[in-house]
Design a protein around this ligand. Structure first.
Ligand SMILES: *[C@@H]1O[C@H](CO)[C@@H](O)[C@H](O)[C@H]1NC(C)=O
Ligand SMILES: *[C@@H]1O[C@H](CO)[C@@H](O)[C@H](O)[C@H]1NC(C)=O
Length: 210
């Protein structure tokens, strides 16, 4: 009984020791990720939003490279767009049922959000190719594709925003506009972070070329 107790204690002690040596680097890695995200986000147009959206992922994932950051930023952007679409879809159904004036604006906006989502998912596919591609001119082709898709997604979100009036509007429309604005800003940030990655990428490829 005493022997069992002792060996259990020993095991516990060992695992605690193990945990404490594990926890430190993990913690350091996570705070390094956060610092990296914050520094990178400061170069974007909407740094506060960038830090808010991206750093919540730094607790579970280690983010240390421009590529990881670009990937994360694009994922966040499409996630925001999907979330916004669900909301707008629900509102659009309600408006259609009650035949409210202004339904058309919401419906047009929904079509733009749909396009944005399609373009963002294309850009994520391209980014994935970029990671798999061997050295070659295809690199630049994929980089250009990502930039094209993300820019198009941003344009669509902005087109939706332009359909809403500038001044007073119903609370419902203001809410939709706010959510779409979030998508547009997250996408603008993702584009900026991807540009940073692409610039570094181009530089390293250029020096490796004979
Ligand atoms: C991430 O970890 C930090 C420190 O451990 C904590 O303060 C923060 O609330 C965590 N954030 C999330 C989103 O879990
Ligand atoms: C947008 O996509 C949703 C989900 O796929 C679909 O139900 C809806 O009809 C689409 N709306 C427009 C205007 O394209």
């Amino acid at each position: 009984m005493a022997g069992l107790g002792l060996s259990l204690l020993l095991k516990l002690f060992c695992s605690l020791l193990f945990l404490s040596t594990m926890a430190k680097p993990a913690f350091a890695r996570l705070s390094r990720s956060r610092a990296y995200i914050e520094a990178s986000c400061r170069t974007t147009r909407y740094p506060a939003l960038c830090i808010k959206y991206l750093s919540s992922y730094a607790n579970t994932t280690s983010i240390q490279s421009p590529e990881q950051l670009a990937h994360l930023a694009l994922s966040v952007s499409i996630y925001r767009a999907l979330y916004t679409r669900n909301y707008v879809l629900k509102v659009a159904k309600e408006l259609e049922a009650s035949k409210v004036r202004g339904y058309q604006v919401v419906k047009d906006c929904l079509a733009e959000i749909n396009d944005s989502i399609e373009q963002l998912s294309q850009s994520i596919k391209e980014l994935h190719h970029l990671g798999l591609e061997p050295v070659g001119d295809d690199f630049f082709w994929h980089i250009n594709n990502v930039e094209t898709w993300v820019s198009a997604a941003l344009t669509d979100a902005s087109t939706c925003l332009d359909e809403f009036p500038v001044g007073k509007m119903s609370k419902l429309k203001a809410t939709i506009k706010g959510k779409v604005l979030n998508v547009a800003q997250a996408t603008s940030n993702a584009l900026a972070l991807f540009h940073r990655y692409a610039t570094k990428y181009r530089a390293t490829r250029a020096t490796k070329k004979p």
